[in-house]
Design a protein around this ligand. Sequence first.
Ligand SMILES: *Cc1c(COP(=O)(O)O)cnc(C)c1O
Length: 471
Amino acid sequence: LLLDEYGYSWDKAWDITTKTFAYTNHTIMAEALEKWSVELFKPLLPRIYSIIEEINKRFCQWVIDQGKDYTLVETAIIYDNQIRMANLSIVGSHNVNGVSKLHSDILVDSTFRAFHELYPTKFGNVTNGIAHRRWLGQANPELAEYLEDLIGDDFVKDLSKIDKLNKYAKDKKVVEKLQEIKKVKKEQLAKYIQETTGITVNPDSIFDVQVKRLHEYKRQLLNALHIVYLYREIKYNGLRPVPRTFIFAAKASSGYQMAKNIIKFIHSISQLIESDELVRDYIKVVFLPDYKVTLAEKIIPAADISEQISQAGKEASGTGNMKLMLNGALTLGTLDGANVEIHEAVGDDNIFIFGLGTPEVDELNRHGYKPWEYYNSSARIKDTLDFIRTMTVGGMNFSFIVDYLLTQDSYMCLADFESYVAAQELVAKTYQDKEKWGQMSLINTANAGIFSADRSVEEYAKDIWNIKKVK
Ligand SMILES: *Cc1c(COP(=O)(O)O)cnc(C)c1O
């Protein structure tokens, strides 16, 4: 447009372009860093292609002039007959940001390392946020109204003010009132679950929630493995755990076979438990259909535990983690995405962290992940996987899940399994101390102020868009 319609020179058009665009990277999963084949692109968009070629030519020359031509294998926009959209976005923008501290560090240290060497001042971070007027005010009016009575309503416009709740952390009356509200939200969800699935759940059980898109990196399968482990322990080894309701909701994209297999597996575990008179008194699995914002608004206010168990380094930020924290759920998570900042905000004592961190995952990838070693060295893993091979539900066998975990799982569920089970045992133990749990829950709500989208948008306006307030 600038060149052909408005007749600007290349230099002027490029200056306007780079001053206009800023690039926010939302994920480092390879399928999102698009690469388009020149063969496909060029005949469809010949003029755009010729402009990208010119951008690439000038950029590569500039890199050579900097004496950094060794970075070109990584940084060239057109390479190996492919157009690399992320590279084009970095070169064509005045700013590049990730969406959590950890993710922005990974961009600089790893994904876009060579670009950071070329443009050290272009890179920054803006941690994601959530619309708290939706996720608190609209989704949980009972909690919002109580908070307004207790600490005033200024948190509605400025969520940082919710930290006034912290001074009630040791006030038993306040903690009890918050727990009453949680119970009301759990009863409302129990009713919805009954109506939509026919499953009766106990509102006094722990509501353990994992709601998010179905993806292997998010590791719904790790959650499922723990449930099978509990099933086996209850049925054959006399375990009588604190009652728990595992609540899932997730959509798989239409062509994602493994995601659909995992949904089927979780539904089958649910059926297996429901048909067992002993086990169903202790654990239940509910998979709610048609995950979307309106369903999330029903589930999130009722959660006790927020499952944020992605393989470290894979979840750019997550925002479900923030919605659940704001509604008083305790995070059970890996040090991934914004979980790291939730951990900083609430401290070690008000979160359940487990599993490998990003450096350990990288190290294990360098040495080669060997799932069989975990199978052979952990009786818990061996017994759980062997049991899954014997599982037949509705005529379907699930050996393929075991084969996947032992030969294909690049997200290393087995490497984190023992640590996850230990963290889940601590969750159950902690839940039995109602007062302590209530206090931890309060501290989560009170320290969620930094996760408002208002704060995110202000950072974009100030640090990247350079928008001045008009008085
Ligand atoms: C918040 C939200 C998400 C993102 O959840 P994550 O746990 O951060 O992946 C996805 N879908 C819906 C409907 C949501 O409300």
